[in-house]
Every structure is written in structure tokens, then in C-alpha cells.
Design a protein around this ligand. Structure first.
Ligand code: ADP
Ligand code: MG
Length: 728
């Protein structure tokens, strides 16, 4: 009964086999449905089985129409008898549908949802959920939730995500999945491979994969759904963690890096010149990094810290350690503005340091710091590149320009990536390769804003983590106020806004400075949103007349920008009206007021970053959020900022509101996506999965004893990673 040479017809089916089986081979999937499935990115049986229901209808909770009470919310299963639509006043459309549960009728109305007439054609079966009203003796429901279920008899009906576009309905999926399961699971099929070690299945009391698939797609009870989900969520997170831990261990086993000497003369002089003591958290992070730097295994470390926690100093200490040993260091930032600000800041910090140089009369030369971005002129770039290659440059700060073809260091010792989730693993690796030296440099990744622990474990799970959880002393907490008003400042200003401007004028009278941030640069036709140019004009003539105002945005050329920034730093400007170019890096301790116009247009992390531009000196600082929260999420965001100044806490709120998509970004692509697990709901499972993954890899360094798990990982990894992690 041979099928093909290399398929064992008695062995259970692996995910790889499912992925190789096109959905078109399933009974009932014709050309048209296959196209729809392809639109939903369901090409094979693996895609199909991991396309999970969005929710479930519990038929045990179903009511008969005649039993429903007035004003009660309930679910009924009905068939459509008639439907029609008509225009009503104001050009709106009303759709009327008469449905029956076989015993009594119910009148349904939808307002402004013309498509309901098509959706609820005569004879269609649907579950309706809504509130019953009685009008002139007739039972009615307005705008109920509708689930088209088809002719279903099960007690629990899964509802799949569906879109009008694909033409695939939830009941199609129920049917296709049922067929896929029938062919895969006994008695007809060979069963599914279970990649989880037996010991784990026992200890966590997990159902096996076959039962989990059955339980999530075709459950007999909601308890079955939750057992299935518990196992599948763990499996997803575990697979991801195994890959991350494996990558980390492989790097440690295969890579050879420089052995730096910690606390050399430059680092010591740098510490001595600091006008303040380092915080405990800075000391701890510097020590953690120093210990990594001394080992021959290259460092892969993430530095997490809130705005203003002092990450730059920690990074500088690491970079100087490389220079102390005669090597070079690089700092890569995601934008030109950021790179320029880092360069200015670090030059100011290190301006007076010098390095030993036997070739000069004094036996030393000034520490050499260069800035390399796409704005660097060609001759300048030529000079910098040749000096880098000769080892005459110590620190290079730049953007993506640092990983372009021609760039090469003589001996790159430490790489710092200020990342803001914008660089991928590949770019991290690319910068590391930019050395002529044989030994690999150490890598420090800094996040611009903190992300929650569980998210860090998932997104940066191949890195060690240092946390700056302490702000430098002497900072007075920033008071945040939310003014519900339009940021465009048009129309009648509420009293609160008047009060804000008058408080701002008082602050300026006391010598303090003010930032005013707008979402846009110039006027926009479509939206009534504050633009920096218009706001600047208006404030100069109205609210802040007589004060000295400056304007800063990304369309100005760099000389103008630099000049404006310098005037603000020097205190020549009272007020700086700007776009988010000032988001990161700007540091003017005398600025004590931050006004963010149309604040509801920004995300939590960005608002927190902007707010972090004040509260840097000895004076009490205030942040005003001006905006009309038009959505519940907008309101929650602004309220969160009012309630907390802790970046780690805000990161949790952000994750709750926005989901993981924002954090995962470019780093997790394709099949790595979590389909069922959620970094918000499943925080504890993330930790468990990591713990178990570490235990597993420490006991089975090559996964040789777990060939099924190894085979699955290969399916989820891109080629290069698979090669490195599993065959290396
Ligand atoms: P981050 O990058 O973490 O947001 P920065 O490195 O820009 O923070 O530091 C914010 C400000 O705090 C800078 O002005 C810096 O000089 C100052 N600073 C850093 N560490 C300390 C410290 N230990 N004591 C006092 N001020 C500090
Ligand atoms: Mg910084």
C-alpha cells in the first residue's frame, strides 16, 4: 500500500505535510471558493487549520422568539421569510426583514445598512443577537448582531473571521475545516504529529494536537474550546521561544568576539567629568554590560529604560570601553534628526577627552567623533570612510548610512543600536559585519520607549536585557492636564484653554521655556488639525503675543533647524512651536511646559516621549494635552497619560489598547505571527513558554532528540535562520 517513497503511510501527519497539501484537494472547494480562500491567505491545510474561529455561538443559550421578554437581550436562531428596503428621510436607507424561528415571527430593522438586504436573502439561516422591543403588539429588533450560520446542528457553532471581499463565509470554513479534520484524524486519517515533548504534555495536562484542533474548530462544549486554546496558545509561544533561545545559545556557542578590558582610562575620565553621580540602575547596567564586554562571547543585549532614564550615558560607557582597547564604536539611529542629536549630545559630553597616539608630539590626540548620514556631503563622506578604515576615527554616529556597501571599520568593537522598533535582526547583523577585524563586535540595542516584559521576551527574546528602572534624582514629577478642546484653536476657546495660555505666559515671565507640538507641518485641506506653521502664526499674534517664538519642523533645511534649536537652547526663544521632530533627544532643562495640540492623534508611546522633553531640570514641569477624544481608545490614551508618568506602566496600557501588532512590527514576519496567542491576554504563558524553552534547549542543545519539533521550527523560520539554528 505504498503511497510515495518517503511518506510513511502509518506515521502521523506533520505540519509540513499539511502545508504541502493545497486546499483545492478538499471536497467542496471549487475554483471560486479556492480564489476566496487565497484572498484570505488560506492556501493549504496548515493555513486552514490554523485559521481559528473568532468566537463561538453557544446554542444552549438560544431562546425562542415567543419566550423573549421585552427589553431583554437574547440570541435567536431564525430563517429569513421576507426582506425589503426603502429610503427614508434624510436619504437614509431602512432595511426591513421578517424572520421566523418556525413558531413565531420577528421584525428586524436596520438603518443605513443597505447591504443587509443582500446578506439576509429569503431562506437564509442566521443567529440574531439583540434587544427585543414590542410595538403595537409586534415583536421587533433594531440593528441586531447577525451571524450567518448556515444549516448547523451542533451545539457550539464556531464563527470565523470573514470578509465580504473574499466571498468565503463562516459556514464555508466550518465545512472545509470539518473535511480537513476528517481526513487527518482517525479513524479515516493518520492523526497529527504532536511536537511537544511527552513530559510537557503530562506536566501541563495538555490535550494532544489532534484533540486541540478538533476542540478549537468543532467543539462539543465551551470547556473543550478553552482546553484546546490553552494548548495551542502554549504551542505557538513555545515554538517561538525555542527558536529565540536556540538562536541565543547558538550565537554563544559559535561566535567569537573581542575581549574588552573594562574600566579603562577613557571610561574612568568620562566618569570623573560627569557633573552628577550615576543612578543605581545606570551603575548596574554599566556593570552588566562591562561583564559581557570582557567575555569572548559577543554581547547581544537590550537596554530598556524610560524617557530620561539616562540610556545615553550607559551606551557611551560601553562605546568608550571599545576605544580604550584601541577599537572603534558605532551608534546607529533610525532617523537623521536623531543621529544628529546623538552626535551633538555625545560630542558635548566627550569633547575634552583624548586618546593615546604614539604618532603625535604629545603622545595623544583628541577623541574623534564623526556623523555619517545620507545628508553627509560626498567629499566629507569620502574623508570619513577613509579615516574609519584607517582606524583614525573612534566613534561614528549615523543612520542606515552606516550599513551601506562601502562602509568599513578598521576594528569595530562595540555597536549601539538606538532602535525604536525600526531596525530588524538583519540590520543589527549587517552593522556587526562592518569590521575588518576577525573578532565580532559587541552589540547593545536601546529601545526609545520601554515595552512590557513579556513583549520584550517575545520580540527581543534572543537578547539579554538590562533595565533602567530608576530616574536620576532631583526630577520633580511632571503634572499632566488634559484640556478638551480642538487643537486647531479655532472657534470659541473654552475657559480651560484660556487658563492654560495665561499660565504659560506666567511661566515665561518667570524665565521658563515652552514647547508646543502640532501633528502637522503646514495647512491641510482635509483636516482641521493643528499645523506648526499656522499655530506659530496665530500664537504670535493672539495667545502669546509679545513673546519670542520659534518654529521647527522637518521640512526646514538643517542649518535653519540647527540655528532655531540653538536659539532655544540659549534661551533666546521663549516658545518653540514644532512638529514631532523634537520627540527624542532634545534636552533643554529650562523648558518646563509641553503643550501637545490634537494630542488624541498621537499614540501613547509618542505622547510619553514628547512629555519627556520637559521635567529635566529643577523646576516643576507641566504637560498639557489639548484634544477632543473622539474614540473610546483616544480617551483611554489621554487618560492614561494623565494618570501615569511611568513608561513601563504606560507600555502595558498601550499593549492592552493596541495589541501586539504595534510592537511586533517588522521583526516578526510571515509564519512567525501569533495566530491565537496574545501578548496581552497570555502574559503568563509567555513566561512559562520561555522557561520551558530554556530548560529544553539546555538539555537538548541541538534538538536532535526532538526531530518533530525541529522539523516544525524549520517550517516557521526563514531559510537562513533554519540553516544557522538547525544545521549549524
Ligand atoms: P534617555 O536617552 O534614557 O531618554 P538621556 O540619556 O537622554 O535619557 O538622559 C536624559 C537627561 O538626564 C540628560 O540630560 C542626561 O544628561 C541626564 N542624566 C543622565 N544620567 C543622569 C544622572 N545619573 N544624574 C543626573 N542627570 C542624569
Ligand atoms: Mg536618549
Amino acid at each position: 500500500m505504498a503511497d510515495s517513497a518517503d511518506t510513511d503511510v502509518t506515521a502521523p501527519i506533520s505540519l509540513g505535510e499539511l502545508a504541502a497539501m493545497p486546499v483545492t484537494r478538499l471536497k467542496g472547494v471549487g475554483d471560486k471558493k479556492a480564489k476566496g480562500l487565497a484572498k484570505a491567505e488560506i492556501e493549504n491545510l496548515f493555513d486552514l487549520m490554523t485559521f481559528y474561529p473568532r468566537r463561538y455561538l453557544d446554542r444552549t443559550k438560544e431562546r425562542k422568539i415567543a419566550d423573549m421578554l421585552e427589553d431583554e437581550e437574547a440570541t435567536v436562531l431564525v430563517e429569513v421569510k421576507r426582506s425589503n428596503s426603502r429610503r427614508i428621510r434624510g436619504g437614509r436607507v431602512m432595511v426591513n426583514v421578517t424572520v421566523t424561528d418556525g413558531e413565531s415571527d420577528l421584525e428586524i430593522t436596520f438603518f443605513n445598512q443597505a447591504w443587509r438586504e443582500r446578506q439576509l436573502g429569503v431562506g437564509r439561516q442566521a443567529m440574531l443577537h439583540g434587544k427585543l422591543t414590542v410595538f403595537r403588539g409586534k415583536r421587533q429588533m433594531a440593528n441586531p448582531v447577525v451571524d450567518l450560520v448556515g444549516n448547523k446542528t451542533g451545539r457550539i457553532i464556531p464563527v470565523y473571521p470573514q470578509s465580504e471581499k473574499s466571498g468565503i463565509h463562516s459556514w464555508d470554513l466550518v465545512e472545509f475545516v470539518a473535511e480537513a479534520l476528517r481526513r487527518s484524524l482517525p479513524p479515516v486519517g493518520r492523526g497529527l504529529v504532536d511536537p511537544l515533548p511527552m513530559e510537557l504534555l503530562d506536566r501541563y495536562d495538555f490535550v494532544d494536537r489532534g484533540a486541540a484542533m478538533q476542540g478549537i474548530h468543532a467543539p462539543e462544549s465551551m470547556a473543550e474550546v478553552s482546553e484546546a486554546r490553552r494548548r495551542l496558545v502554549f504551542e505557538e509561544l513555545f515554538r517561538m521561544q525555542v527558536a529565540l533561545v536556540l538562536r541565543k545559545r547558538m550565537m554563544e556557542a559559535t561566535e567569537v568576539g573581542l575581549e574588552h578590558v573594562a574600566d579603562g582610562p577613557l571610561v574612568q575620565r568620562f566618569r570623573e567629568t560627569l557633573p552628577f553621580p550615576l543612578t543605581g540602575a545606570q551603575e548596574r547596567s554599566i556593570a552588566e554590560i562591562a561583564s559581557d564586554l570582557q567575555r569572548p562571547i559577543p554581547m547581544h543585549r537590550l537596554l530598556q529604560g524610560d524617557v530620561g532614564a539616562g540610556k545615553t550615558l550607559v551606551a557611551v560607557a560601553a562605546m568608550l570601553t571599545a576605544v580604550d582597547g584601541g577599537h572603534q564604536a558605532a551608534l546607529m539611529a533610525p532617523t537623521e534628526v536623531l543621529a544628529e542629536q546623538h552626535a551633538a549630545g555625545i560630542r558635548a559630553l566627550l569633547g575634552d577627552l583624548s586618546v593615546p597616539d604614539v604618532g603625535t608630539l604629545m603622545g595623544e590626540r583628541p577623541l574623534k567623533i564623526e556623523l555619517l548620514t545620507n545628508r553627509t556631503s560626498t567629499p566629507e563622506r569620502k574623508r570619513i570612510l577613509s579615516e574609519m578604515l584607517l582606524g583614525q576615527t573612534d566613534l561614528v554616529i549615523g543612520t542606515h548610512a552606516l550599513i551601506q556597501d562601502k562602509v568599513q571599520f578598521d576594528s569595530l568593537g562595540v555597536v549601539v543600536i538606538d532602535e525604536q522598533h525600526r531596525f530588524g535582526v538583519e540590520q543589527r547583523a549587517a552593522l556587526r559585519e562592518k569590521t575588518r577585524g576577525e573578532l565580532l563586535p559587541d552589540v547593545l540595542v536601546m529601545t526609545a520607549t520601554p515595552i512590557p516584559r513579556t513583549a520584550a521576551m517575545t520580540v527581543y527574546g534572543d537578547l539579554d536585557v538590562s533595565v533602567l528602572d530608576e530616574l536620576p534624582p532631583g526630577r520633580t514629577p511632571i503634572v499632566t492636564q488634559w484640556v478638551q478642546a480642538a487643537g486647531s484653536l479655532e472657534g470659541d476657546a473654552p475657559l480651560e484653554l484660556e487658563a492654560m495660555w495665561s499660565e504659560i505666559r506666567e511661566q515665561v515671565a518667570e524665565g521658563r521655556q515652552v514647547y508646543i507640538v502640532c501633528p502637522l507641518i503646514g495647512e491641510s485641506e482635509k483636516m482641521e488639525v493643528a499645523s506648526a506653521e499656522e499655530t506659530y502664526e496665530r500664537l504670535s499674534f493672539v495667545e502669546l503675543e509679545g513673546l519670542s517664538l520659534g518654529l521647527l519642523h522637518g521640512r526646514m533645511d538643517s542649518d535653519d533647524k540647527d540655528a532655531t534649536m540653538q536659539r532655544f537652547r540659549d534661551g533666546d526663544l521663549d516658545v518653540l512651536v514644532a512638529t514631532t521632530v523634537i520627540e527624542v533627544g532634545v534636552d533643554v532643562p529650562n523648558a518646563t511646559v509641553m503643550v501637545i495640540l490634537d494630542a488624541d492623534r498621537f499614540g501613547i508611546a509618542q505622547l510619553h516621549q514628547l512629555r519627556g522633553r520637559v521635567g529635566r531640570g529643577v523646576h516643576q514641569s507641566t504637560c498639557w494635552l489639548v484634544g477632543e477624544a473622539t474614540t473610546p481608545d483616544g480617551e483611554s490614551r489621554l487618560q492614561a497619560l494623565v494618570d501615569s508618568t511611568d513608561g513601563f506602566e504606560l507600555a502595558e496600557v498601550d499593549l492592552d489598547l493596541r495589541g501586539e501588532g504595534s510592537i511586533m512590527g517588522e521583526r516578526q514576519k510571515g509564519r512567525n505571527d501569533l495566530r491565537l496567542a496574545s501578548l496581552r491576554r497570555d502574559k503568563e504563558v509567555v513566561m512559562q513558554a520561555r522557561e520551558e524553552a530554556i530548560k529544553l534547549i539546555d538539555a537538548n542543545a541541538t534538538l536532535a532528540e526532538l526531530p518533530e519539533l525541529a522539523a516544525e521550527l524549520e517550517l516557521f523560520l526563514d531559510e537562513e535562520d533554519a540553516e544557522f539554528l538547525l544545521k549549524g
